[in-house]
Design a protein around this ligand. Structure first.
Ligand code: PMP
Length: 453
């Protein structure tokens, strides 16, 4: 056993704490630190440096840091009833009220809610309920699921398989044999760039072809993010989601919108699907649901799917899915308060207002010599860096630009995501002021200038 008293927290962290989804040597590459507090858009690290968080933690702290009212409802719920299991058919007040609130806020027809701990298990749960549904309505062969290249749907085996990012598949025989992918509608890297209708038509055809290849009687569902997040913030043309919805109906497969990032005002409205008048059969959410203060996710399910399971399953059949912390009363109480802050607290409205400034900031930074493309909707955006604007050639991976970008941004007091393809991901909290929004872009521009030197 080692005596820790003289060791710095960073040494302990490096030696004993495994960080999620980063290299085991990321400390060295990106410069290690610890965060000690946060308020609004700002984080303070262990050296007392103030950092403007342009990524809302990990696209989740939508209401910003340091809301006392959230702390108070959590403490009050812990005092009153810290835990209640949904097994034994016990309910609890915050979970029931949060389910009601989500049903009220979500697109038409999504009337049933299953709570999870985060986004990955929401995707898993969606797949399990879809499988129960098809079994209950006498179509047990419908098991194949289709998703998009560059999609991200979580880090459990099921979610990682549905994800189409190579580092999530490597070593694990993923995707699973019932998981399939079609190309991402990625306008900037498409030979049809500028032809939105063409991009939509091609995507629809690719989905139809994949379903034909697998056999429509075998296909359960199509999963997509309305805007792809972890794949590099890929924004499909307006109209794509609606066309996909119509195609799923035509093909007799369910549509699942993974809104883990895009829901709760991230792209403007409460749900990204709403903006396009689309009501999927299922929606997965997490992140902004509790704004990162406590873990929680959910699957929203249409009446058709719910009733299919309820009517078709034998009355005493136990649906084999559930977890100890599903509908956790403290998480649910926090979720209720976060939803109140979005609506009555005016945070959603502020996000919509400042979102226009964010979009303008993205357009303005497109003139920088390193920037090939900027894209975004609401407060979700990306800046794609290229070595050559004309040919769109990417920077040599040997330059390790993402690591350098992140470290330089940190030095300049701004935190963003730096993806492997030299894409800067941005997702500031919805509480940002105009001044803070301008500061984000000024600091990013300085970071790019510094790297050019
Ligand atoms: N789906 C999407 C679209 C996501 O962005 C994420 C997380 N980045 C997940 C699922 C998984 O969520 P979690 O990390 O909470 O398990």
């Amino acid at each position: 056993m080692t005596l820790h008293s003289n060791r710095s927290l960073l040494d302990i962290d490096r030696d004993h704490l495994i960080h999620p989804v980063t290299s085991f040597r990321a400390h060295e590459a990106r410069g290690a630190t610890m965060l000690q507090s946060g308020k609004g858009m700002w984080l303070t690290d262990m050296e007392g440096r103030e950092l403007l968080d342009a990524f809302a933690g990990l696209w989740c702290v939508n209401v910003g840091y340091g809301h006392d009212s959230i702390v108070e409802v959590a403490a009050e719920q812990m005092r009153r009833l810290p835990y209640a299991t949904g097994y034994f058919h016990f309910g609890n007040e915050p979970a029931a009220r949060l389910a009601q609130r989500l049903v009220d806020l979500s697109p038409e027809g999504l009337d049933h809610v299953y709570f999870t701990l985060g986004g990955s298990d929401a995707v898993d749960a969606a797949i399990r309920y879809i499988t129960h549904y098809y079994n209950a309505i006498g179509k047990p062969a419908k098991k194949q699921c289709i998703a998009l290249d560059r999609g991200y749907h979580g880090s459990t085996s099921t979610g990682a398989g549905l994800t189409a990012l190579a580092n999530f598949h490597r070593n694990f025989d993923l995707p699973l044999r019932w998981q399939h992918h079609i190309p991402s509608p990625y306008p900037y890297r498409s030979d049809l760039e500028g032809d939105d209708d063409g991009i939509i038509a091609r995507s629809v055809q690719q989905l139809k072809d994949k379903v034909a290849e697998l056999g429509a009687d075998n296909v359960a569902a199509f999963f997509c993010e309305p805007i792809q997040g972890s794949g590099g913030v890929i924004v499909p043309p307006v109209g794509w989601l609606k066309a996909i919805r119509a195609t799923c109906d035509e093909l007799g497969i369910l549509m699942v919108a993974d809104e883990v990032i895009t829901a709760f005002g991230r792209t403007g409205p409460m749900f990204a699907c709403e903006a396009e008048g689309v009501a999927p059969d299922l929606i997965t959410v997490a992140k902004g649901l509790t704004s990162g203060y406590v873990p929680m996710g959910a699957v929203l399910m249409s009446d058709k799917v719910y009733q299919g399971i309820a009517d078709g399953a034998a009355v005493d059949a136990v649906i084999g899915h559930g977890a100890t912390y599903s509908g956790h009363p403290v998480s649910a109480a926090v979720g209720l308060e976060v939803l109140r802050l979005y609506t009555e607290g005016g945070i959603l409205a502020n996000g919509q207002r400042v979102g226009a400034r964010f979009e303008a900031g993205l357009r303005a930074i497109a003139d920088h010599p390193m920037v090939g493309d900027t894209r975004g909707r609401g407060l979700l955006g990306a800046i794609e860096l290229v070595a050559d604007k004309g040919s769109k050639e990417r920077f040599d991976p040997a330059l390790k630009l993402p690591d350098r970008l992140f470290a330089k941004g940190y030095e300049n007091g701004v935190i963003f995501r730096a993806f492997g393809d030299n894409i800067i991901g941005l997702a500031p909290a919805l509480c940002a002021s105009d001044e803070e929004m301008d500061m984000i872009f000024a600091r990013i521009r300085k970071t790019l200038d510094d790297l050019l030197e």
